[in-house]
Design a protein around this ligand. Structure first.
Ligand code: ZN
Length: 352
């Protein structure tokens, strides 16, 4: 593990889903497994110390738990169809079982994190701190009856939507060169869900949410605004990215954006071409840091859920990104903020 680098806490990975899609046992994460972006040996080599581990409910038409793998190229409108509660429950259950069996098999090398002190300890000890995140709230009962149960199970971060409508709000499609302003804002239940998350201390994630929904959260929430895996719209016009006024609101709230490594959200042409130089990724970090402050930009890799720049390749390539950020003028203090301190601050301000 590179000792000169700070710990790295990352806003988004789809490794749990990728294991389900590949039909592999979660414990395979602990051995070398080069099919995906992440496994324990490569995480250790890259200095990856944890992040939000997404639990995802796949579209009914594919039944494949592979949320973002072809994000920029999804053209089949059927993937944007709403899913029903029992389908959502079933896949959420599978994701949770994967996470807990992985933690149980890891002999302390991967811990499911429920509170800040445990997160700080895991970062210090350089083991993997896994925060349970639902990517879309379809499994939450619209009257919120089961939210507290999921909280007790370990849910600490909730994306209101994936890229489809649900009982709470409306997600954006991946169509390049279209606006994030597509579809209506949050429903009454959506606003209630935001308030309930504030009460319990669950992070509300804005990635995949449309613009009207974003502003409804901004008006409703008492917590910092967070987009766990999105990029800058003015550098790459994908509706999955954030407009400057949204980034400004995030900064004003003390929140952050985790920069997504998905090349389709980084490149000006939105092409899913892995042959994308690291400088294109770095530009999103410098843009947010220079315009809105280095306290509001962090990592949101989308490992195992997206096509990422070849130069990074997988989780073991994270030190290359840190070096590229150094090369772009970030000092060690900035780097520590980007690598983990901003996430730690936001989670401290959000969790109870
Ligand atoms: Zn996603």
């Amino acid at each position: 593990m590179p000792t000169n680098n700070p710990p790295i806490f990352d806003g988004h990975n789809d490794s749990l889903e990728s294991f389900l899609a590949l039909n592999r046992a979660p414990r395979d994460f602990l051995i070398k497994n080069t099919e995906g972006h992440m496994d324990w040996p490569r995480a250790e080599a890259g200095g990856f110390n944890g992040g939000l581990f997404a639990i995802f409910v796949p579209p009914v038409m594919t039944m494949k738990p592979d949320p973002d793998m072809d994000e920029a190229q999804h053209i089949n409108p059927a993937i944007y169809q709403p899913v029903d509660f029992s389908h959502a429950r079933e896949w959420t259950q599978k994701g949770m079982e994967s996470l807990f069996s992985l933690a149980a098999d890891s002999q302390g090398r991967l811990r499911v994190i429920r509170e800040i002190r445990a997160l700080e300890k895991a970062l210090q000890e350089r083991v993997i701190a896994a925060v349970m995140h639902f990517e879309g709230a379809e499994t939450i009962d619209p009257k919120l009856k089961n939210l507290e149960t999921y909280y007790k199970d370990g849910l600490r971060s909730l994306g209101l939507v994936w890229s489809r409508p649900n009982a709470f709000g409306c997600g954006v499609p991946f169509t390049p060169n279209t606006s994030p302003d597509q579809g209506p804002g949050l429903t009454v239940a959506g606003k209630e869900l935001v308030k309930a998350c504030n009460r319990l201390g669950i992070l509300v994630d804005l990635s995949h949410l449309n613009e009207k929904g974003f502003w409804d959260v901004e008006k409703t929430t008492s917590a910092p605004l967070v987009a766990s895996h999105s990029c800058v719209y003015s550098l790459s016009p994908s509706p999955r990215n954030l407009l400057d006024k949204q980034l400004e609101a995030i900064a004003a709230s003390g929140g952050l954006v985790g920069i997504n490594f998905a090349v389709g959200f980084l490149r000006p042409d939105n092409k899913r071409d892995a042959d994308t130089p690291l400088s294109v990724l770095v530009r999103h970090f410098t843009y947010v840091a220079e315009k809105f402050g280095v306290d509001h930009v962090a990592l949101g890799s989308d490992f195992d859920g997206a096509t990422i720049p070849k130069e990074i390749g997988d989780v073991s390539g994270l030190p290359k990104l840190l070096d590229a950020l150094r090369g772009a003028g970030f000092n060690e203090e900035d780097l520590a903020k980007i690598a983990y301190q901003n996430w730690l601050r936001v989670l401290t301000d959000t969790w109870k």
